[in-house]
Design a protein around this ligand. Structure first.
Ligand code: ZN
Length: 203
């Protein structure tokens, strides 16, 4: 993916859905690796070049991540920086652009699959975009997992492995502490058996 040399792209913020095919807008529009997403008029259903001043068309992006968080969008998937260029219409909190391409991607903990084999295959879909990828522990700054220059970053990888270790050990502990379901059923049946026999009130 190359952005034309004579253009200084704006860097803004977006949220994407992330699955085995890569990134999608929240309205399910696919973002293809290596291809700029070009705005169309499917939103405004008018015949003009998108985006147009005073209209609703264009690729949307926020001026800062805090706005995505305040508006609740950040809960819907992965987020990150995005390059915007071409015709760009500015609004108070964001932009509508003609072209867009991801610059970096941050993976909140609840978007990462638990099984490492699944993590690997899902990450492969992201590596194709050629962007930096980070993971973000709760209430902490993001930790780099993949650099487009130098590849896998052990800081992010170690965090992923450690998080899984803790999860598996918690599940193991929980399994040991909780009696199997069949045993619990027997226990409650036995408790019921020892209740005093109901008496019938007869006048
Ligand atoms: Zn329009």
């Amino acid at each position: 993916m190359s952005i034309p040399d004579h253009i200084s792209p704006i860097v803004a913020y977006r949220v994407w859905q992330w699955d085995s095919l890569g990134l999608k807008s929240l309205n399910n529009q696919q973002w293809f690796p290596g291809c700029a997403l070009e705005a169309n008029t499917s939103r405004c259903r008018k015949e003009h070049a998108a985006p147009k001043e005073g209209c609703t068309c264009g690729v949307y992006a926020a001026k800062d991540l805090a706005h995505l968080r305040r508006s609740g969008y950040a809960e819907y998937g992965v987020h990150g920086e995005v390059y915007l260029w071409g015709t760009v219409v500015e609004h108070r909190l964001g932009w509508r652009a003609q072209y867009a391409y991801p610059k970096s991607i941050v993976l909140p903990p609840d978007t990462i699959p638990f099984r490492m084999s699944e993590v690997e295959s899902r990450l492969e879909s992201l590596l194709l975009y050629g962007v930096d990828i980070s993971v973000t522990p709760a209430a902490s700054p993001p930790i780099r997992l993949w650099s487009k220059q130098s590849g896998l970053d052990m800081a992010g990888f170690d965090w992923l492995v450690e998080k899984r270790k803790r999860w598996y050990s918690y599940r193991e502990q929980e399994r040991r502490l909780r009696p199997p379901t069949a045993w619990r059923c027997l226990a409650s049946a036995s408790a019921w058996w020892h209740l005093p026999t109901p008496t019938t009130c007869m006048s």
